[in-house]
Design a binder for this molecule. Structure first.
Ligand SMILES: *Cc1c(COP(=O)(O)O)cnc(C)c1O
Length: 458
């Protein structure tokens, strides 16, 4: 253990501090209403100890700013630093949500401009900006779906269709909204099986939730037919637009026939995310659902505003031409990595992918698992891809390189992935015992999530 791996409480020495102030004139009052009855129990350390403590802590984590982060379904793209500068402008950050409207015209203009930009990108009519995450947007969107049916006096629609490849939040949100879930299975190409969908449609179906490209990174090419079938039975189409990346400027969910969608501004449109915040999951609707969207659309308490600032800055900086490059490069990068590794890793669905794709473990695992591969990657300085998701495959490795990585970085990642495949064959112990370089090796993941030890106890 290195000296500065110690907790800051262990570095503490009575009376040590990082400052010296003259005694206040007339002395400090040592009692009274505001005086603590006991010391706060803070560590007593010098300034360098504090600086090293926080700097070392910051380096125990892995971020997009420290290395390549191909976490499938999460779109961990590089976030331009100018967006951070814009998001921290005091004119925006110093506002209060109850300020009179005429004093926040600039903020209102940001919402309106973002509404226009997102409507143009998605083919929706308007957005609400209140939801603070993708899943929050899903619930909002499904409530809109419910209102739409109730508003027409149609009370029989109690079920929502979700494909077996869906992101887990989709069935969870539908269930939260009181819907029964009906699963439609994928065909051997990894797409929604249209023939299996048909018998599920009827007067009890409120709608279908789809991601396109789907969770396997594949474009649902039958989407027009699916939309017609669902609309014919009186249902609506919900688009999970968390990962809109590959479609930017290329195709629009509105044109595919979707009625409601959410976007994850914190994935597709910049903003550093992960670790639980901050997010923004605006919900857009088509003409027919527009009457049910909450009004006023622009008012106080409108979600995480600085995430929207970053999104607008991102969109304006790229502009109409370059935003389509983002989608195309994300698609090119994913296909490049996929094709470069498919002779070492099992590729269950071999077609052209969009922004991400899924391997089903090593071709020759030799007793190693996907978890071993992921842990070994950490030793080589790369963040692991998403693993064991989607649930369609037992050894899933889901890779999303995003558009912001150079060919050299992708080649370095490919080299390491190939090296790990060789290691699995020749020295599997290396994989079983990985990671060797990370601060924490293999925690009990359930316990780490459910019973985390977050405070110091001497
Ligand atoms: C990330 C993601 C979500 C959920 O978004 P949160 O902001 O984490 O709630 C939903 N659907 C898909 C496809 C996603 O990738």
């Amino acid at each position: 253990m290195r000296y500065y791996d110690k907790l800051i409480f262990e570095l503490s020495r009575p009376g040590r501090s990082g400052f010296s102030l003259p005694e206040a004139e007339g002395g400090m009052p040592r009692e009274g209403r505001l005086w603590r009855s006991a010391p706060a129990g803070l560590p007593e350390v010098s300034e360098p100890d504090v600086v090293r403590h926080y700097t070392n802590l910051s380096q125990m984590n892995f971020g997009v700013d420290t290395g390549f982060y191909p976490l499938g379904s999460c779109t961990m793209k590089y976030n331009p630093k100018i967006n951070e500068e814009i998001a921290s402008m005091p004119g925006f950050t110093g506002q209060h949500p109850l300020q009179p409207e005429e004093s926040v015209r600039g903020t209102k203009a940001v919402y309106e401009e973002l509404d226009r930009a997102l409507a143009a990108i998605t083919g929706m009519k308007h957005f609400t900006f209140r939801p603070c995450a993708g899943a929050h947007g899903e619930l909002t969107g499904l409530m809109l779906m419910k209102e739409y049916h109730l508003g027409r006096g149609d009370l029989a629609r109690t079920k929502v269709i979700v494909p077996d490849s869906a992101h887990g939040t989709n069935p969870a949100s539908a269930a939260c909204c009181g819907y029964e879930i009906v699963v439609v299975k994928s065909n051997s190409d990894g797409l929604v099986d249209v023939e299996a969908l048909k018998p599920l449609l009827g007067p009890d179906i409120a709608g279908i939730m789809l991601t396109n490209p789907n969770t396997l990174g594949l474009f649902e090419k039958d989407i027009r037919e699916i939309a017609a079938l669902v609309h014919d039975c009186g249902g609506l189409l919900y688009y999970d637009g968390a990962n809109m990346n590959p479609l930017l400027g290329v195709v629009r969910p509105g044109d595919m026939g979707f009625d409601i969608l959410h976007l994850n501004l914190h994935k597709t449109f910049s903003t550093p995310h992960g670790g639980g915040g901050p997010g923004s999951g605006p919900v857009g609707v088509s003409e027919r659902v527009l009457p049910y969207l909450d009004v006023p659309r622009v008012s106080g308490f409108n979600g995480n505003f600085t995430v929207m600032l970053r999104a607008l800055a991102y969109i304006l900086m790229l502009g109409r031409e370059n935003i389509r490059m983002a989608g195309r490069l994300a698609t090119l990068n994913a296909n490049y990595v996929k094709e470069s590794l498919k002779d070492c890793y099992k590729l269950p669905v071999p077609s052209v992918c969009k922004h991400e794709f899924v391997f089903d473990g090593l071709l020759e695992p030799n007793g190693t698992t996907t978890l071993d591969v992921a842990k070994r990657l950490l030793d080589y300085g790369f963040h692991a891809p998403t693993i064991y998701f989607p649930l369609l495959f037992h050894q899933a490795i889901m890779i999303e390189p995003t558009e912001t990585e150079s060919p050299e970085t992708l080649d370095a990642f490919i080299d390491v992935m190939r090296k790990i495949a060789v290691e699995a064959r020749t020295n599997p112990e290396l994989l079983h015992s990985a990671p060797r370089t990370a601060p924490i090796g293999r925690p009990d993941e359930t316990k780490a999530a459910r019973q985390p030890i977050l405070k110091y106890e001497a």
